[in-house]
Design a protein around this ligand. Structure first.
Ligand SMILES: [Zn+2]
Length: 278
């Protein structure tokens, strides 16, 4: 990867940054970066700034000794979204370039026994079995430290994500919608392995003001002990494609979470799914 390509990627990613949680209930706000985006032809699957060359993002499974990235070995076309080969893998990489199949529905969704910020018993409470068991332990561990957490949003089906996204497309058009809402199949919430959490008072649920709270600090320090990572850490938005989301944690299993936390790596870096320029 030469400097020009790296620079182009940085621009591409910067223009693509959006919130990963896309709460259907909240009116989206388009970031300044989004408004600076050049127009993209309507038929293009993802925004791709011209005239600079758009690099293809190719996961390299062979470079990852400890886990399989579970993405297709077929390199994607430039700017294309590829469908992951093993959507059921606990360590599956789902992001703007790697999508779950539209037909994917986890087979082991359960209701974790944790408090949520809402009363209804719906799919937003569900997580896959291993992740549910781990989040119960994490919440119990936090309680022991005097930190009281509540779930905001966990599983989201492809159908739900599709309806949220389509609502935004109707409102703002597809290109703008992509700036703040995940294309169906590319939201990590569809894995059943991710959950947004907040303090039990429900304030700052999936909002920037959660950053710096004692709950956010506790998660930062302890999530990895329970198999979770802060999926979109501060200072890594050019790599993950998402701004800092201290509330969005992703279950990857304790071995991987501890390794990522110790090395300060995102999943993209772990899988060499984007060029690392440092
Ligand atoms: Zn989230």
């Amino acid at each position: 990867m030469n400097n020009k390509m790296t620079y182009s990627l940085a621009i591409f990613v910067a223009l693509s940054i959006a919130s990963g949680c896309s709460k259907g209930e909240v009116a989206p706000s388009v970031s300044p970066a989004a408004t600076a985006t050049p127009p993209v032809s309507a038929g293009s699957p993802t925004p791709s700034p011209s005239p600079s060359p758009s690099p293809s993002i190719t996961p390299k499974p062979s470079n990852t000794p400890t886990a399989s990235p579970s993405t297709s070995a077929v390199p994607p076309k430039s700017g294309a979204i590829q469908v992951v080969a093993k959507p059921e893998s606990i360590t599956v990489l789902v992001n703007k370039q790697n999508s779950l199949p539209s037909s994917y529905e986890p087979t082991d969704l359960v209701y974790p026994d944790i408090p949520f910020t809402f009363a209804e018993k719906n799919e937003k409470r569900k997580m896959r079995k291993d992740a549910a068991s781990a989040i119960e332990k994490l919440f119990a561990g936090a309680d022991k430290d005097g930190i009281h957490l509540a779930g905001v949003s966990a599983y989201r089906s492809y159908a739900t994500q599709k309806s949220i996204f389509q609502r935004y497309v109707l409102k703002d058009g597809e290109e703008k919608a992509k700036m703040y809402s995940a294309v169906p199949g590319t939201s990590e919430h569809e894995t059943g392995l991710a959950i947004d959490v907040t303090g039990s008072d429900g304030k700052c649920a999936a909002e920037d003001c959660f950053g710096g709270t004692k709950e956010a600090k506790w998660l930062e320090a302890h999530a990895a002990e329970y198999g979770f990572i802060i999926r979109y850490p501060k200072g890594k938005s050019s790599i993950t494609g998402y701004q800092y989301e201290p509330w969005h944690i992703r279950y990857v299993g304790i071995d991987v979470s501890k390794e990522l936390a110790a090395k300060g790596l995102t999943m993209e870096e772990y899988y060499n799914a984007v060029p690392v320029t440092k």
